[in-house]
Design a protein around this ligand. Structure first.
Ligand SMILES: Cc1cc2nc3c(=O)[nH]c(=O)nc-3n(C[C@H](O)[C@H](O)[C@H](O)COP(=O)(O)OP(=O)(O)OC[C@H]3O[C@@H](n4cnc5c(N)ncnc54)[C@H](O)[C@@H]3O)c2cc1C
Length: 348
């Protein structure tokens, strides 16, 4: 195949494709390592999953992922404070609709405490939605504004952001990678795909490793007062449904279907939850939208390199995918791992 020999509109040491929270964290860390970084996004900054998330950063309940996601929440809190955003400390309340699953959640309290989490079994009816009886409350959680954090992270002298540029093709040329968009081309020493649910379009190789998840999100008008889910966002059945109140006082309910072949409409779950637990809100003007997220098959983040040149990161394409549900908690950890992977050959 003939190598690309067209024009080069822009040259950069590192190109990050995707200006969501993950792309911003990665770009920021490259920049702090002294590299010139360019970030491109097909839309405006933070317009992907990052914009739709209510911003609940909370550790994963899965033992294998607990310590890392706990650290991720702490890192995110530090970054939010550093950028003058006030993270709101909350206690994520996990509830289960099946009695067996509720028992399993209750059984986790001691284990989580032993792992350093501030976990309790909550039964206060003013916090636990009717019908659940009790819930596992994890205090080490917070609500942040992910778009604002993304925007602030990208405000760095050696980060250049170009919005509304959709990369459609990547080509390796000698020690570089050419990223090609209609009417625009970037030559980069290394490229990072931080393209979330759209990653399969640029790399079919990765499409098999992730599941695209369909969701429906309902958002109310700003409410005059804080509701119980403002201080204790509710996570039903491991994230099948999440209800919370965001910093601008809107109630946010999102429901998900993991099996992308399922024809069920997740909006039904959200509507049923609203009807049951917040019937007054339905009188408010509402906004529905469907959302797309990704998850890996075991809830792990996907990080790696698409080429096998172990001695140099030049000309290499890395990928970083923060799986939904705990994507925010994973994001700073993933960013650190990608930087390590990309810079290891330089440091060695
Ligand atoms: C509705 C919803 C609610 C969520 N709630 C939470 C939550 O409360 N807590 C939590 O931890 N996680 C939550 N998640 C998951 C979390 O939002 C994601 O894990 C996180 O935002 C992923 O960030 P990202 O930067 O990887 O992806 P994104 O924010 O999706 O960014 C990817 C970017 O890449 C760009 N892009 C894609 N392809 C190209 C291309 N070819 N060229 C140029 N640009 C491209 C897109 O335009 C997009 O801006 C939620 C997800 C959704 C959808």
């Amino acid at each position: 195949m003939a190598a690309y020999n067209g024009p080069v509109d822009h040259d950069t040491e590192v190109l990050v494709i995707g200006a969501g929270i993950l792309g911003a964290l990665i770009a920021r860390q490259f920049a702090e390592n002294g590299l010139n970084v360019s970030v491109v996004d097909a839309q405006a900054i933070g317009s992907g999953a990052t914009r739709h998330a209510p911003g609940l950063a909370t550790p994963s309940l899965q033992r294998a992922h607990r310590q890392q996601t706990m650290r991720g929440v702490q890192m995110l809190a530090g970054l939010a404070q550093q950028h003058h955003l006030k993270p709101r400390l909350v206690g994520a309340l996990h509830v289960a609709s099946r009695p067996d699953d509720a028992d399993a959640l209750r059984g986790l309290v001691a284990e989580l405490q032993a792992d350093g989490l501030d976990a309790t079994w909550e039964t206060d009816p003013s916090v636990v939605p009717a019908g659940f009886g009790g819930g596992l409350r994890i205090a080490n959680s917070m609500l942040i504004d992910p778009v604002l954090l993304t925007t602030r992270l990208l405000q760095q002298p050696n980060i250049l952001v170009k919005q509304h540029v959709e990369i459609q093709k990547l080509e390796r040329v000698h020690r570089h990678v050419m990223a090609l968009a209609p009417g625009y081309s970037v030559r980069a020493g290394a490229v990072v795909l931080a393209t979330g649910a759209y990653t399969g379009l640029l790399s079919p190789y990765l499409a098999d490793s992730m599941q695209v998840v369909r969701g429906s999100v309902w958002r109310s008008q700003p409410q005059p007062k804080a509701m119980a889910c403002a201080s204790a966002p509710v996570v039903v059945d491991g994230g099948r449904l999440v209800a919370t109140q965001t910093a601008d006082m809107r109630v946010w309910v999102g429901a998900w279907r993991w099996n992308s072949r399922s024809t069920d409409d997740p909006a039904h779950d959200a509507r049923a939850y609203l009807n049951r637990h917040m019937p007054d809100l339905l009188a408010e003007t509402e906004l529905w939208m469907s959302a797309v997220g990704i998850t890996s098959h075991d809830g792990s983040p996907l990080i790696g390199s698409l080429s096998g040149n172990q001695r140099s990161s030049a000309g290499n394409v890395f990928y970083a995918l923060a799986p939904g549900r705990f994507g925010l908690a994973w994001a700073p950890v993933i960013a650190e791992q990608v930087i390590d992977l990309a810079l290891r050959p330089r440091k060695a």
